[in-house]
Design a protein around this ligand. Structure first.
Ligand SMILES: Cc1cc2nc3c(=O)[nH]c(=O)nc-3n(C[C@H](O)[C@H](O)[C@H](O)COP(=O)(O)OP(=O)(O)OC[C@H]3O[C@@H](n4cnc5c(N)ncnc54)[C@H](O)[C@@H]3O)c2cc1C
Length: 236
């Protein structure tokens, strides 16, 4: 990238983005890192569980990467995020290197999924990138069943208890054809009305949305959002 493009990106960033400080970092099993950010702007922010926050993961670029606050403490001006440190791009690297005292540039929180609209029972399907959303849902309702696919299922299961998700959770090894995931999801819905909440890998979101039309009963409502897709960067 040329020096001019970098300067331009920084100028635009300085106008559009806010600043937060890293005030907590905790490595979790399963390739996850929990980061607490503090910013004056969070004290005035509106936040609904399920909304997103974007981070400029690399200065000199407009590479914004999107994460889901687990919760927001408006009085203290803090939010907590969980990032998946996969072998990917600047967002994963940012989480890998985050240290207390660092500053970072933020955009949001902004509207994304509204978990407060989940009424009654929920079936939650996701992956490592959905853990922040799972925490936000768990704080809202005890009436949810979680199915999570992971590259390291044992690590992810440990991480779930470290972040306080004590609801029924099934963690499965990531599987390209999703057969096991779809079968298990269909098994969990028999005889109930429910909302399907599905996020994470675009391929999983697509498969589950389609398969759920034939479940008995079909979901009353689907809240679905692809969080990443193979071969694509910064999907949001
Ligand atoms: C609304 C929303 C909320 C999100 N919330 C979270 C969250 O709370 N925590 C979180 O970790 N992520 C979350 N994500 C997903 C995250 O923004 C993406 O995974 C993002 O691509 C990561 O950026 P990166 O710079 O590490 O990789 P990129 O530069 O975007 O991508 C580099 C390469 O890595 C691949 N890649 C990206 N993500 C993954 C993955 N999970 N597994 C395997 N390969 C991958 C890409 O396909 C690409 O080939 C959210 C996304 C959205 C849209």
């Amino acid at each position: 990238m040329s020096a001019l493009t970098e300067r331009l990106a920084n100028l635009v960033g300085d106008v559009l983005l806010g600043t937060a400080q890293v005030t907590g970092v905790r490595s979790l099993p399963g390739g996850l890192v929990l980061v607490e950010l503090t910013a004056g702007a969070f004290r005035k922010a509106t936040w609904t569980p399920g909304w997103k926050l974007r981070i400029r993961a690399r200065r000199g670029t407009m590479a914004l990467r999107t994460y889901t606050p687990i919760n927001a403490d408006i009085e203290r001006g803090t939010v907590e995020l969980i990032g998946f440190v996969h072998a990917g791009g600047p967002g994963a690297q940012w989480f890998q290197q985050a240290a207390i005292g660092d500053t970072c540039e933020i955009f949001g929180p902004h509207r994304s999924m509204d978990l407060t609209s989940v009424a009654g029972r929920a079936l939650f399907v996701g992956d490592e990138t959905s853990l922040g959303l799972a925490c936000a849902l768990h704080r809202l309702t005890g009436d949810a069943t979680y199915l999570i696919e992971a590259q390291d299922p044992a690590g992810l299961s440990e991480a779930l208890s470290e972040v306080g998700i004590d609801a029924p959770v099934t963690v499965l090894a990531k599987d390209a054809d999703h057969t096991d995931l779809v079968r298990r999801a269909a098994d969990r819905v028999a005889g109930h009305s429910y909302t399907l909440v599905v996020t994470g890998d675009a391929a999983t979101v697509h498969t589950l949305r389609r398969a759920s039309r034939n479940w008995s009963p079909a979901p009353e409502r689907v809240l679905g959002k692809a969080y990443w897709a193979a071969g694509r960067t910064g999907l949001d």
